[in-house]
Design a binder for this molecule. Sequence first.
Ligand SMILES: Nc1ncnc2c1ncn2[C@@H]1O[C@H](COP(=O)(O)OP(=O)(O)OP(=O)(O)O)[C@@H](O)[C@H]1O
Ligand SMILES: [Mg+2]
Length: 552
Amino acid sequence: MDKQRLPLPEMINDDKHRHKQFNGHFDSNRFRPPKVKTRYIAVENNNLNRSQSSGSCSANNSRIAHAISFRGGSECSDAGILPASPNVAAASSMSMSTTSCNMSHFEQCFERLTKLGEGSFGEVFQVRDRSDSRLYAVKISKQLFRGEQYRAERLEEVRRYEEFSGHENCIRFIRAWEQYDRLFMQMELCRESLEQYLYRCRHIPEDRIWHILLDLLRGLKSLHDRNLIHLDIKLENVLIDDDDTCKLADFGLVIDVDKANNHQATEGDSRYMAPEILQGHFSKAADIFSLGIAMLELSCYMDLPSNGPLWHELRQGKLPEEFISKISVELQQVIKCMMSPDPRQRSTTEQLLSHPRLLRMQKQEKSMVTFKLLSKCFRRSRRAFWLKMCNLRTVAYRCLFYILEILHLYKPITSAQTPMYNGNTATAAPSSPSASVAGVPRLEFQLVGSTPIGNRDCYISDFLLAMDMDLSQHGTPTACGRDNLVNSTPINHNHQTANRQRSSSARKTQAEKSNLLSVDESNSFDKLSTSKVLETSSFRGKKLFTLDVDEE
Ligand SMILES: Nc1ncnc2c1ncn2[C@@H]1O[C@H](COP(=O)(O)OP(=O)(O)OP(=O)(O)O)[C@@H](O)[C@H]1O
Ligand SMILES: [Mg+2]
């Protein structure tokens, strides 16, 4: 990647330091390092089509999801084609393969819930894993891979995430894959970013600031120990998990110190940028400066300038008195030490971690370690318990619905097997279907079968009522749009039986007078042979006849 220089800070005559302003949404128009712009396409399943991946570095393969991992020690591995999620495999077996084929791996595996945030490289979504119902965060790169070089740079982030995933103060990485020329990274879900936390709390107690500093110094040390520099330390790139632990995230600009001044580095957010970066000097000390200024922002609720005279003042060691005076001298000294204009004078992570206050905190933490572990275990088991309870409840409801559904379908089928109508005179059935229908709660379901009425969503009870009304008015079931209907389908038998049970004797007579006639094919073949058949169709091996019946 070519080194991209920030334009020199503009001289703006706004020389007043300000408290942070929050107008309900996060400022997305901050001064950011210049980045090559490409057309942004919203990450929707339907948008991820072949035409957009034209010019792709991964060419024809871009439609297939490939796992990305550097864990095996290989330099850049496309670990292989990802299998479809188990849910999709099940869906495919239920002849939904066309739909599942059109789904991206992301959609097959996750249910997208909310958007958590957005940076210059990616959008991050809260998702639910369809296989275990757990919540995760998935970062989807905004820009399509424009070429092998660009793709390799994006995949570097995966390598870094994998490298630091095990550290308590770095975000836990789960897996990554590429599809449709985009990179997808699944990671642990955090509660919020440090920036969101600051906007929520505004005034953060100093005790908490020290704890945050300790967490971040530990995370940063794990990078610096490997001779890597983050280059994008800022409040947005620090995430807080459910246990209130701060974690470093966004390793998109991480670079090897040895390669840092070799056209490899890209500056991060100018508000947090160390002064020497303008001269192209990238070092671990640059990260210390960024962390120091982030601590100033956090402890003083100060709006950091992205350019102008105030930007320069902050980098000359002049910290605004009206802000800095609000915090303890101890914290002031640490911040000043981290923000020293000369990078050689800045303390290292190790030196900072050996600050008496931080040492005391680390000792306290050690003694609290068992208690912390226990409380963590308790919180996790409580969560697991509720999850299980919810699952049990779902299973119980499902069973209940199945039973109800089976009951519902069972009765009409048996009633159809017993001829209940003989000729045009309805005789009472031995059981009372209407009573059983009334006993079944109003259940929404799709009618099984392919009768004209079965091809739409309806309530079976609605249908019964409709039949009831039709019969009471004309004795002609308009649901089928015929005047003379002979029907042996289970559903219609049931309707007629239910109708018969619920209707008054007057209505019964009316029904008898009408041309409605229900016959079983086997029993009433002789009647059929004498009647004029207008139309025939079949349902479940039973024949449906539309007859012109002589009333006598
Ligand atoms: N694991 C996560 N859990 C919760 N929120 C997250 C997570 N990862 C990222 N976010 C949110 O998404 C935002 C953007 O994520 P991230 O910083 O990784 O994107 P980016 O495009 O690389 O950003 P940048 O512009 O800093 O390079 C974060 O500021 C944070 O608010
Ligand atoms: Mg970020």
